[in-house]
Write a protein that binds this ligand. Structure first.
Ligand SMILES: Cc1cc2nc3c(=O)[nH]c(=O)nc-3n(C[C@H](O)[C@H](O)[C@H](O)COP(=O)(O)OP(=O)(O)OC[C@H]3O[C@@H](n4cnc5c(N)ncnc54)[C@H](O)[C@@H]3O)c2cc1C
Length: 462
């Protein structure tokens, strides 16, 4: 048995973030018939922000939110919790997808992040926020050119970022793999995502939003002037509906043409002792991404655990709760990456292992899909980068539902669709091949590089 396999033997298959006594009581499920001005389907960050913004704009508006399970039990209670300013998965992705809109998207990202932070501050949400910055570390000398190009983009757009050489990077976070880094220091850091979502739920309730948990939407029918949503024990007639259903793609059968439900796996360690912390440094506590093709991300929690994630997978038919992800062997390779990154922590055990849904699109950024003559809109597609961008997605969806005429709706990001993704069984076959290639492309190359290049040409920047 390898060291890292032993480190996994006692894990709990549950998100560390949700394994917390601060979890609030659930709201009663919906029983009976009701009407509402705005119905939000989905109690993750997108749905919660939409509920709050809608009420802040018009306190008299009747807003209802239904959630199939519990608030934050989708992606929002499961992420790494690294806070970024970008609403489009970073500068490199903005340049790839919407080069002409980069300046506007940068401005919108800053406005969004400031609004995100102000709400948290104004309502006093305790979400372990740490404004420690975000660091991208090169795990191979061959990745340094890309890192330098990324740094140049940061400079062009006036970011408070520094380029670190190998020694400087090691001084920030010691790993034999790290060859250099960019440390972006403004409007970035880490957050406890479940505590944030629970805080947002509390705000929504305070503002008068009706919240029903354990209330899955089963059917949508177009009644002409409104939509009728059927649930197990109730029915809601709504003038406008936001489908904030992430990788589930619930709301219309066409949503999944553009969104594929990936899984992303995460591990959390036991709290590190002071002596174990000394072995890695990390006194500035940045959120960290590495440059592997199957990228890994890592951050510290308030009690000095390391949350280490980033091995994606796909299950046939976009499964969003696969039993396969509750098996130890799924986390073996991720634990191996952890061990390669921090061999000096070979006495550290993992306490939690979990996975979560990623709403992957070819653009890797939020988009809108309007249905039912504009009475219903799906907002999603963050592709694993929505802790703060979800607030932007929520606002944009409200602009569209309310037909406000906001100039932001004219942006290609809001007014056009990402590339189509083939249906099953091609979806599964393509994903399986891609995952196999990604696992070894950094070390073995060969056919894997050619396949990844093809996937790039199809529009996926993996
Ligand atoms: C493992 C992992 C790591 C990540 N790390 C980061 C990170 O470090 N930084 C970052 O910025 N982003 C990260 N993300 C992405 C981020 O977590 C998501 O983009 C964000 O949480 C999406 O919020 P959401 O509200 O759109 O989706 P969700 O939180 O998934 O909410 C959707 C909700 O819809 C509900 N729903 C679905 N169908 C129905 C139905 N029929 N009826 C009623 N309700 C329904 C679901 O139960 C779910 O609660 C990560 C994601 C994962 C999975």
């Amino acid at each position: 048995m390898t060291t890292f396999h032993k480190a996994l033997t006692d894990v709990t298959f549950y998100p560390l973030w949700l394994d917390n006594t601060a979890a609030p009581d659930t709201c009663a499920h919906l029983v009976g018939r009701t009407e509402t001005d705005l119905l939000i389907v989905g109690g993750g960050f997108t749905g919660l922000w939409a509920a709050i913004i809608a009420k802040q704009r018009d306190p008299a508006r009747n807003v209802t939110l239904i959630e199939a399970g519990k608030v934050a039990h989708g992606a929002s209670g499961r992420p790494g919790g690294i806070v970024s300013t970008s609403v489009i998965h970073g500068l490199g992705n903005a340049k790839r997808v919407f080069p002409a809109d980069m300046d506007v998207l940068e401005r919108l990202g800053i406005e969004n992040l400031d609004g995100w932070r102000d709400t948290i501050t104004q309502f006093g949400i305790d979400a372990d926020l740490e404004w420690t910055g975000e660091m991208t570390v090169a795990v191979n000398r061959a990745h340094l050119d890309d890192l330098h190009r990324e740094f140049a983009l940061h400079q062009q757009h006036g970011h408070d970022a520094v380029l670190l050489d190998r020694a400087q990077t090691q001084a920030e976070l010691a790993s034999p793999l790290f060859e250099g880094a960019i440390w972006s220091r403004q409007r970035t850091g880490t957050v406890h995502p479940a505590k944030l979502a629970w805080g947002l739920k509390a705000i929504a309730l305070t503002l008068g939003v009706r919240v029903h948990e354990h209330t899955p939407m089963l059917d949508v029918s177009d009644q002409g002037h409104q939509l009728r949503i059927t649930t197990h024990d109730g029915r809601i007639d709504a003038r406008r509906v936001l489908f904030a259903t992430n990788a589930w793609g619930a709301g219309h059968r066409h949503i999944k043409r553009y969104v594929v439900a990936m899984r992303d796996r995460v591990l959390a360690t036991e709290p590190l002792t002071a002596e174990q912390m000394d072995r890695i440094g990390w006194t500035n506590r940045q959120g960290v991404y590495d440059t592997r093709k199957q990228l890994n991300y890592m951050r510290l929690t308030r009690d000095n655990r390391i949350v280490y994630g980033g091995r994606i997978g796909y299950y046939f038919n976009d499964a969003t709760d696969p039993a396969g992800d509750r098996q130890l062997q799924v986390y073996d390779r991720l634990a191996g990456y952890f061990h390669d990154t921090f061999p000096q922590l070979d006495d550290v055990k993992f306490s939690h292992a979990w996975s979560g849904p990623i709403d992957l699109t070819t653009r890797m950024a939020v988009h809108l899909q309007p249905y039912y003559g504009g009475k219903g809109v799906y907002a999603g597609g963050y592709s694993g980068f929505g802790v703060t961008a979800s607030r932007f997605g929520a606002r944009l969806a409200l602009e569209r539902l309310d037909d406000t005429g906001s100039p932001d709706l004219d942006l290609a990001l809001a007014s056009s669709l990402p590339g189509r993704i083939p249906p099953e069984p091609f979806r599964w076959m393509g994903a399986a091949l891609t995952m196999r290639a990604l696992d070894h492309v950094d070390t073995k190359g060969g056919w894997r590089k050619a396949w990844i290049r093809l996937v790039h040409r199809l529009g996926f920047p993996l």
